[in-house]
Design a protein around this ligand. Structure first.
Ligand code: NAD
Length: 486
């Protein structure tokens, strides 16, 4: 394993087409989760910087929103091309800042680039409607237009993907943007903005502020010129932002936390189910909102399932993200690691069995990193903390069930409703179960739910609004009804 020292970079703010120092002239540390070392200093923006960013977005809005969709599409298509050309640099930045294995970081870059291209194309199809009127002297039309300047707030787990999923449809719709990326991972968002500048996005159309989240958030939420807030992050922060947005009836899109059930019936193809589970659960070290968080296995196949899963999980290579052989990197922070350790300790004290893992790995040179061994827990039950909250870490808790009705009731017994998975080869059952699950997305013998063509999002306390597909663009558009007498 190679131990690589990263260079310390300094990140500025991007306001009105310029890279600027924060008014405070203060910078905060960005830390490598693999080594604990400081790898960058990021601008500590505050209320005044945020206000300047909103000034720029509001000033740029009329001209950007009046451009033809082809003009906007041409710029976004150039941005897509630049992302592909700079994929290695973008992926390296993601991996350094949040620990993601480099091959997965590359996948994130390609997926982010896909969102940019897809929205560039879809922006050309912002059609209106003519509605047949009840009287012959009337023309009834519906036109669609950009909602206005948008505030986008993104998390660290897909630091580029989440930015692209918001900024691309916003720009294609004709909105301008103030982005606040997560403090842990500003680097890939900053590189994306540099590429956007090179692609020809005019000054003021996109702006980026980093700093203290609630201070920046308060300005974004209380300034009347911001007409929409698009947020991805935890349900708790989402609720706080929703309350503030309600004061001005701002439009909102909320992509919040999950608690995904992964159901495996005795008629499933177990080789496929265990292979897909090992990929889904340990992707991004389990720090994915659609990561399987409760794995329900029919009691009759429990032993066979555990032994097949264990074999696959024990082959996973844990290590430094920039090593190409790494499949599982560190957690993003000490707090993330502690949550995982606490959940495992509590579950074991209440009777759960560690099938594999359950400790920190022994990685020479990375003793300060936030690593945890990929872990399987058996005999988990609903009295344990892990059964009731999002883990966001590399722990696969296994529950058993007897009947279809029982497992559907258990899967739905949560305030979350983002993603659910069902593995079965019985056609009738697959229809019954997928239609009974109270979730925004269901993977049926499939784990890939973030696809550029499809609507990604949740129900219940997992959020509102969709990203991807035509719905993702529609979230940045208003409808206007025009009734004309002629
Ligand atoms: P978080 O809610 O702590 O932070 C998300 C973003 O909100 C960050 O940029 C943070 O700085 C900012 N923020 C925090 N407090 C704020 C405030 N008071 N005002 C304004 N901004 C504020 O979440 P996180 O830990 O970065 O991300 C993990 C969470 O995100 C998980 O719960 C995960 O399920 C969820 N997530 C959901 C999706 C989805 O599409 N549904 C995707 C990825 C992550």
């Amino acid at each position: 394993m190679t131990i690589v020292k990263s260079e310390v970079t300094t990140y500025q703010l991007y306001i009105n087409g310029d890279w600027v120092n924060p008014i405070s002239n203060d910078y905060f540390d960005v830390v490598s989760p693999a080594t604990g070392e400081v790898i960058a200093k990021a601008a500590h923006g505050d209320e005044q910087d945020t206000k300047l960013a909103i000034d720029a977005a509001a000033t740029a809005f009329p001209e950007w929103s009046r451009k033809t969709s082809k003009e906007r599409a041409d710029i976004l298509t150039r941005l897509h091309q630049l992302m592909i050309e700079n994929a290695d640099e973008l992926a390296k930045k993601i991996s350094e800042e949040m620990g993601k294995p480099i091959m997965q970081a590359r996948g994130e870059v390609m997926n982010a680039a896909d969102y940019v291209l897809w929205n560039a194309e879809e922006g050309k199809r912002i059609y209106g409607e003519i509605i047949p009127a009840a009287t012959p002297d009337k023309r009834l039309q519906v036109i669609r237009h950009a909602v206005g300047p948008v505030a986008a707030i993104t998390p660290w787990n897909f630091p580029l993907g989440m930015v692209a999923r918001k900024v691309a449809p916003a720009l294609a719709a004709g909105c301008t943007v103030v982005l606040k990326p997560a403090e842990q991972t500003p680097g890939s968002a900053i590189l994306f903005f540099r590429l956007a500048e090179e692609a020809g996005i005019p000054k003021g159309v996109i702006n980026l502020v980093t700093g203290t989240p609630d201070k920046i958030g308060d300005v974004l939420l209380t300034d009347k010129r911001i007409r929409k807030v698009t947020f991805t992050g935890s349900t708790n922060v989402g609720k706080t932002l929703l309350k503030k947005a309600a004061e001005q009836v701002k439009r909102v899109s909320m992509e919040l936390g999950g608690h995904a059930p992964f159901i495996v019936f005795e008629d499933a193809d177990l080789e496929h189910a265990t292979e897909q589970l090992a990929r889904n659960k340990f992707l991004n070290c389990g720090q994915t909102c659609i990561s399987a968080n409760r794995i329900y296995v029919q009691a009759s196949i429990k032993d066979q399932f555990l032994s097949m899963l264990k074999e696959k999980v024990e082959k996973l290579q844990v290590g430094y993200g920039l090593d190409v052989t790494t499949q599982v990197g560190p957690l993003v922070s000490a707090a993330g690691l502690k949550k995982v350790e606490d959940q495992v300790k509590e579950a074991v004290a209440k009777g759960a069995q560690v099938v594999t893992g359950g400790t920190k790995p022994d990685l020479k040179g990375y003793e300060e990193g936030f690593f945890y061994q990929p872990t399987i827990l058996a005999d988990v039950n609903e009295s344990m903390r892990i059964a009731n909250e999002e883990t966001f870490g590399p722990i696969a808790p296994i529950y058993t069930f007897e009947t279809e009705e029982e497992v559907i009731a258990k899967a739905n017994d949560t305030d979350f409703g983002l993603a659910a998975y069902c593995f079965t080869t019985n056609l009738s059952r697959s229809i019954r179960v997928s239609e009974s699950l109270e979730y925004g997305m269901v993977g049926l013998n499939d784990i890939v739910l973030a696809q550029v063509e499809g609507p990604f999002g949740g129900v219940k306390e997992s959020g509102m609004g969709r990203e991807g597909g035509p719905d993702g663009l529609a979230d940045f558009l208003e409808k206007k009804f025009i009734s004309t007498v002629y």
